[in-house]
Design a protein around this ligand. Sequence first.
Ligand code: NAD
Length: 504
Amino acid sequence: MVQRFDVSSRFAAGVQFTAGQFRTGNSGRTHAIVDPATGKEVLGYELAGPADVDEAVEAAHRAWPEWAGATPGERSDAMHRWAAVLRERTEDFVYAESLQCGKPLKLSEEFDVPGSFDNVSFFAGAARQLPGVAAGEYSGDHTSYVRREPLGVIGSVAPWNYPLQMAAWKILPAVAAGNTIVLKPSELTPLTSLMFAEAACDAGIPDGVINIVTGAGADVGETLVSHPRVAMTSFTGSTAVGRRVAELATGSVKRLHLELGGKAPFVVFDDADVRAAVHGAVAGALINSGQDCTAATRAYVQRPLYEEFVGGVAELMRSVRVGDPFAPGTDLGPLISHAHRDRVAGFVERARSCATVVTGGEAPGGELAKGAYYLPTLITDAPQDSEIVQQEVFGPVLTVLPFDGDDEGIALANDTPYGLAASAWSRDVLRTGRAEREIQAGCVWINDHIPIISEMPHGGHKASGFGKDMSAYSFEEYTQLKHVMYDITGEARKDWHRTVFGDR
Ligand code: NAD
């Protein structure tokens, strides 16, 4: 049984974390964190305003020279200590993540929290691995080599769906590489980002290396991503907000990293193990109540398997236990808020005019009526160009469409603006090999959908953004290269000078 703690007293000093201290915001506006399972307020707090961003960026700027000057080994040791402190606090993280998001305990316990802590260990190791071209006499007259250097203060903005993991994905490569950071979590879910930063300080990472400002996107988010002292903006969120962030960041010539929305296809060829595909589709569509940027949202099933797949998915969806995130045996919790639940319901209601709702399509009644719950929903017969197939719903909703030839299946998979993730299901290596090559997405799973690991990159193609989270590739994004070229001739008049004065 997870250990509950009193959130109000734990965060009595505020939900801003600057220069190693919890503080209150200074916007004059308050916000409430609400438990989406009950609709009850968990914590009221004062939001950050632009002045709090300035203060946090200044703290990060002051902390940067010392942190950048530490050796990779020193940074790595500090991050290993951080991982150890975090693991001692596992229960608190599980509780806070489930409380603020409405995640079933088993998801927080087995996925969000251990996955995030594993990321800390991974980047503690990555801090000591600086890849680059070997030094050498490439011109003949010089020795060339590269330096891989941090950029300075990173300004990051994160969403609410996996608050701890998103904080980890943004903070870890940045600080492992010697940057300092100011992260703005979603104002709906700041608790575990704050606890993550606090644990870093408790482990001996200097104050000011990691700072958290909890405020609204329109003022605090925009101030942070366009701040003149911020060298790089890394953003995870919707494609619509990503476009605005890109405008602001490019206006001030910052390096930009965008992890945006998704609409993952799930392509089932006619030789697939249909039972495996049915289980994979339900798990892939419903994980985190479907509030997962890589969730399976559009299943395309080759016609011979279509009826069996639809029947199997509907039956399995109906067996999923929707309920209190803290109750043993709950599979699916509420959505993040009542407003978001209504948004998801709106997509399904509009789809009814052109499609069939096979199961779900409503909020549950009874005891669950006060929470932001929505039943697992299966939709068939929707046209490929309809809103429900094209747009990100971000809820427990799966559409299924049939296809005939392999060409058609792959073309349908590619037929949205997004390109974050996809899966292909077949026993034929030639078919899966083709799907892997031709589906335009940052990740293609074969005969599975959802798993991620610290060592491998996560990030989108097309309107799902650019840049990679996790893995050594993400570490590279938070560093900049410098080419150093040493003259080794000692000549006053170099050979190449003749192109400017004189002859050979
Ligand atoms: P969102 O875009 O509404 O908000 C994301 C963050 O941006 C929040 O912290 C928000 O306060 C902030 N924000 C809002 N307006 C801003 C502005 N004008 N300037 C700066 N910041 C601003 O997204 P959300 O609803 O919090 O999260 C869901 C979205 O995130 C989905 O689209 C999902 O696909 C995406 N997501 C993507 C990934 C990925 O890795 N690609 C991972 C998780 C979530």
